[in-house]
Design a protein around this ligand. Structure first.
Ligand SMILES: [Zn+2]
Length: 321
């Protein structure tokens, strides 16, 4: 009998209670169309944040429920036992996605999945309209979600607002940071500094932190020290960013992925997510957590099985509620 590490890894994940998908957008799952595949999918990330308005403006609560139902069925097949999905709350879709997600929790339970909800802030939190919509429903969400770049140029102000919500509601905070794989971004550092300023140590999770890997080691080590003081945790969504387009900008040699091998070495909690499923962001993503784990371990040369099992299972459960 040959030894097959991948088989052992799968068995140990099942024994540990199944996968925890810590970052997803189930509200948009299954919205990709054949036409999108030829055109829309090639747009820049920032343009896609607006392009999803086409679906959002016409989608009813039942359309959103269908997306949840589709995603949850895929997740059950992928061996997921707990998950956190962001849901859009903004003037375009109002509470349709949120209301559907609340109903979808029963379906998730039936499928053996503990489903938690976070708010996505695609229209920012500084303008009063989206801010009001979000503030009026914080009681219905499990985790405060945030996208500082939605308030471009005012990222600090954005973080001050969502961190105030996190303090007032005593809920955890998950923030999309450093998504562009560029040494020009320093959002992980900003998030850590703001976490300390607001006294939210141990309550904040950085989602992605891809650009960290594009910086020189001296800067990364400096950021790890600040993140340590902030007791930040991290979520990696490997296939969501490994597709980052080739660029002529010279940078430190790295794969476009959260530098998880360094994070684990520095004793940070690292967890795993799929991000988008079958939508204009990630048309071919089917929510398979084993694919995410495999891409993560290969692209970072990280083979420590004990840690891989933790990243796929219990680490996530600690930060999604
Ligand atoms: Zn996301």
């Amino acid at each position: 009998m040959k030894y097959n590490p991948l088989d052992e890894l799968k068995k140990r994940i099942i024994a540990a209670g199944g996968f925890c998908n810590t970052h997803a957008h189930f509200d948009r799952a299954g919205t990709i169309t054949p036409e999108d595949l030829n055109e829309t999918v090639n747009n820049h990330l920032f343009e896609k944040w607006t392009l999803v308005d086409q679906f959002k403006s016409s989608a009813t609560q039942s359309d959103y429920y269908e997306n949840f139902s589709y995603a949850l069925t895929l997740q059950e097949r992928a061996g997921v036992s707990s998950a956190l999905s962001f849901v859009d709350i903004d003037p375009v879709c109002k509470y349709h996605a949120l209301n559907a997600s609340v109903n979808a929790k029963d379906l998730a339970k039936f499928l053996g999945i503990d489903l938690k909800i976070a708010c996505q802030t695609l229209k920012g939190v500084i303008d009063s309209q989206p801010r009001q919509l979000l503030e009026n429903r914080l009681d219905l969400i499990d985790v405060i979600g945030s996208l500082p770049k939605a308030d471009r140029g005012k990222e600090e102000e954005h973080l001050d607002i969502v961190m105030t919500w996190a303090k007032e509601t005593k809920k955890r905070l998950h923030v999309h940071v450093d998504q562009m794989n560029s040494a020009e971004e320093k959002e992980t550092e900003l998030l850590a500094r703001k976490t300390i300023e607001h006294g939210l140590e141990g309550r904040v999770t950085a989602v992605h932190s891809i650009s960290l890997a594009a910086h020189p080691k001296a800067y990364r080590d400096e950021v790890y020290k600040i993140c340590k003081d902030a007791d930040l945790s991290f979520i990696t969504c490997p296939t969501a960013w490994i597709d980052h387009p080739r660029s002529e900008v010279l940078s430190v040699g790295h794969n476009a992925i959260t530098p998880i091998e360094e994070l684990v070495e520095n004793d940070f909690l690292v967890a795993l997510g799929t991000d988008n499923i079958n939508d204009i962001y990630k048309p071919y993503c089917n929510g398979d957590m084993m694919t995410e784990l495999r891409v993560m371990l290969e692209s970072t040369h990280f083979y420590n099985m004990d840690e891989l099992v933790k990243i796929a299972t219990i680490n996530g459960k600690k930060i999604i509620s």
